[in-house]
Ligand binder design. Structure first.
Ligand SMILES: C[S@@+](CC[C@H](N)C(=O)[O-])C[C@H]1O[C@@H](n2cnc3c(N)ncnc32)[C@H](O)[C@@H]1O
Length: 768
């Protein structure tokens, strides 16, 4: 399989994306700078160059790990009891490793997705401390400032906050919001999650980007149940700021909650089964279980019409007394309607006027409003800043239909992807952190969902929804059947079926594209040479000295080392390694650090070959992976974060089994030690390897997960659901693959992820 060729850029994208103003100075949204307040900040731009890198598929995950385990246990005859949603046109959901800015640009420019996204859920860093927003290890939701003990191999580099503080943050947000706006459909919604410190600024920027008239709501939602003992007032909520692309065309579904009216002063009376009306005691008002059996709580609703109608201005007779409409008004319905209400026992005296008697059981649900005091923080967190799925669920169900596309540009542990998968929405999720991408993938691979009944072959055909009757003054007075309200969050669930995540792709920005070492990158100081910027980030004292593929030299404890930087939009290849080694040798240097965004699968073999080459002086080569947001603007060098991580080398062997099948054994991951002088091999059970994947028939390009090995922390009870026994070992990370047939491609590939989310691969040739 060859990588998808990038599409031609869309006509009209001439390299610049307008931010707040068109070329002729007109504002993009309906905004009058003389009247409307506008936020100013340092570095605010009205246009910026549009990046041009395409997305490249790095991996295909054809089936969930849980699904594979269940299918194996069920055997071939009962495999139909494991299912997932398939979308029309072979759509595959996407988890993208990269900075949201080039990712969204690629979606617009190369994937032609302008107007394709129905909802954006964005939970960016809150603009306080950048590094408080992602996690250092895949297996721990706590970030330690000093992790040297278990992290001897990570090279620290430095950015934990924004160069210009809140000013950089606002530029970061504004640029991404404009791209999100382009991606949204006319009926689309964007939800931005923020904390109380900056929510006012977020709202201001969104007013500018989307237009104040497209504001839908601010939703404070409860994020924790216990106050943590703040010095002043404890903060219990975060906020969602919701804008429509165009409020007039907004897609909106009303959600309902079970009514919790206990103690509400409106419901202070009830009817007994014998038809007697009683007032509730204060105790009964607070706890309806204290009411007599069969009691029907009700409240009185005014029947005064909002306008005046002479035809409805008449007196209602109750027990011989005539009651005119409240002063200066008329009734909400005519005499016929009033007669029906009376016959149905729905009229009651409220002081000196007549009111409508609304029973609790007329519609036992309450409309969801913008006050979400009933949510709590995420349970069993897999990620330090994980959002509660319930919060995302409400947003997606209000603003999308099954089959719609949802985008989360800062997905963290993939809560939005997981929620979209659960509710049959298509999704694209992206994050700069490799830890986040790994955690999101693990959550998806181990997740199970309610098997909702579809109305057709794909989720876009819709779910069969539960409906509920609603009797209102209008239906009773009009002699109509009760309304039937479809509950979009109550689809019919099938029994005895396990639903798992559907196939998805893992992609990155710009891999495999043509090598380009001559690029300039935008930094705080303007356009700068790509290589110089990276050398400076890696070794602040490096001297730029370009000699072939050696780009700089710097001092280490052991002497002089050469630095070589991989291409901005490509992967580091074996020939680059060989050339750089040769160039370093020519300079008389015996240590080479090679930085790359991505590495060709088999570099370990190249390094071994170079090491074994007779006659050459020894050369210590360190492959170093660059963090995807290393060049994101606005972040300033500081301490405590990682921009670079050593690239490991998986140690795996292929074993021939007596029946002709093959099996792969993973011995560990080899990395240079802290000083770069020795190597250390981390075995499968060392805690350093988070997961590994096997492509049983590697085509030399796209890695397809044929077998997956990772710890699934919470597996559902398949015994109860599918009546199958699962060996607990199935859920564990293990060293040996399952047997498989020798592939026609004559090679298999192994990919290993370490606890920091870094990946490295090795290709094993299959003889024959
Ligand atoms: C608050 S967390 C999101 C948590 C997420 N809602 C969840 O439930 O796990 C913010 C995420 O944004 C990511 N991030 C920060 N800057 C980014 C960028 N420029 N592009 C993509 N992701 C980014 C961080 O790595 C972090 O995982």
């Amino acid at each position: 399989m060859s990588p998808r060729p990038p599409l031609e850029p869309l006509p009209g994208w001439n390299g610049a994306i307008p931010l707040d103003r068109e070329a002729d100075g007109r504002w993009l949204v309906d905004l009058d700078p003389l009247i409307d307040p506008i936020l100013c900040w340092s570095g605010k731009a009205s246009a910026r160059p549009m990046g041009g890198l395409p997305l490249q598929r790095a991996e295909i995950v054809p089936a969930s790990q849980l699904g594979r385990i269940a299918r194996r246990a069920l055997g071939p005859d009962r495999q139909d009891r494991v299912e997932w949603f398939e979308h029309a046109e072979n759509w595959r959901n996407r988890l993208i490793s990269g900075d949201s800015l080039p990712v969204m640009e690629a979606l617009l420019r190369h994937e032609r997705m302008a107007g394709a996204v129905q909802a954006v859920y964005m939970d960016p860093p809150y603009g306080i401390k950048y590094d408080a927003n992602f996690q250092q290890r895949v297996d721990r939701t706590r970030n330690d400032s000093d992790q040297t003990s278990d992290d001897v191999l990570t090279i620290k580099a430095f950015r934990d906050t924004w160069v210009l503080g809140i000013h950089s943050y606002l530029s970061y947000l504004q640029e991404r919001l404009y791209l999100a706006r382009e991606l949204l459909a006319a009926s689309g919604s964007i939800f931005v999650q923020s904390g109380d410190r900056n929510v006012h600024l977020v709202r201001n920027v969104m007013d500018e980007v989307f237009g104040a008239r497209n504001f839908v709501a601010i939703i404070p939602f409860r994020k924790k149940t216990m106050p943590l003992g703040a010095r002043h007032l404890d903060g219990m909520v975060d906020f969602l700021v919701w804008y429509a692309k165009d409020l007039e065309s907004l897609k909106y579904h009303q959600l309902y909650l079970e009514q919790d009216i206990q103690g509400e002063f409106h419901w202070k009376a009830y009817d007994t089964p014998a038809g007697q009306t009683c007032r509730m005691t204060p105790e009964q008002q607070g706890d309806h279980r204290l009411l007599p059996p069969g009691a029907r709580p009700f409240r009185l609703v005014s029947m005064k019409a909002p306008g005046y109608s002479a035809g409805n201005d008449f007196a209602i007779e109750i027990d011989g007394t005539r009651y005119p409409p409240p002063r200066g008004g008329s009734w909400i319905t005519g005499s016929e309607g009033i007669a029906r209400l009376k016959a149905a026992g729905r009229l009651a005296l409220d002081g000196k006027t007549v009111a409508f008697k609304l029973f609790l059981d007329d519609f036992p649900l309450a409309k969801l409003t913008n006050l979400w005091s009933d949510t709590v923080g995420a349970f069993d967190k897999a990620y330090v800043v994980q959002t509660s799925e319930e919060v995302v669920r409400r947003c997606l169900l209000m603003s999308t239909d099954p089959g719609d596309l949802v985008l989360d540009p800062t997905c963290g542990s993939g809560t939005t992807a997981l929620c979209a998968e659960r509710w049959g929405r298509r999704w694209i999720a992206c994050d700069t952190s490799r830890v986040a991408i790994h955690v999101a993938r693990r959550r998806l691979l181990g997740a199970s969902f309610e098997p909702f009944l579809l109305l057709g072959p794909t989720p876009a055909d819709g779910f069969t929804l539960k409906t509920i009757e609603r009797r209102t003054l209008r239906t009773i007075a009009g002699g109509l059947e009760p309304e039937r309200i479809a509950l979009v969050d109550r689809p019919t669930v099938k029994k005895g079926v396990l639903r798992v995540a559907g196939p998805f792709e893992i992609a990155a920005v710009g891999r495999y594209a043509e090598a380009d070492w001559h690029a300039s990158v935008q930094t705080e100081d303007g356009l700068e040479n790509y290589i110089e910027v990276l050398c400076r980030l890696y070794a602040p004292d490096a001297r730029i000295e370009v000699f072939g593929l050696v780009h700089a030299v710097f001092e280490t404890a052991a002497g002089l080392a050469a630095l070589s930087v991989g291409p901005l939009a490509g992967q580091v290849t074996a020939s680059q390694v060989e050339d750089a080694v040769q160039d370093a040798r020519t300079l008389g240097i015996s240590e080479l650090h090679l930085l790359g965004w991505a590495f060709e699968a088999n570099l370990g073999a190249t390094l071994d070959r170079l090491a074994a080459k007779a006659g050459d002086p020894p050369m210590a080569v360190r492959l170093v992976a660059i963090r995807p947001d290393a060049l994101a603007r606005g972040l300033k060098p500081g301490t405590g974060d990682r921009l670079f991580a050593p690239q490991g080398n998986p140690e795996a062997t292929l074993e021939n089994l007596p029946d002709g099948k093959l099996q792969v054994r993973l011995h560990g991951l080899t990395l240079p030690d802290r000083h770069g002088t020795e190597t250390v091999t981390h075995a499968i059970d060392s805690g350093y390897i988070a997961a590994w994947y096997l492509d049983e028939a590697f085509d030399g390009d796209c890695f397809v997960d044929s077998q997956i090995f990772l710890d699934l922390s919470r597996a559902p009870n398949l015994k109860a659901l599918l009546k199958v026994d699962i060996d607990p070992e199935e859920y564990r990370l293990q060293a040996c693959s399952r047997p498989f047939e020798p592939p026609q491609s004559h090679r298999v590939a192994v990919r290993v992820t370490d606890v920091h989310g870094n990946e490295s691969s090795v290709v094993l040739p299959v003889p024959g």
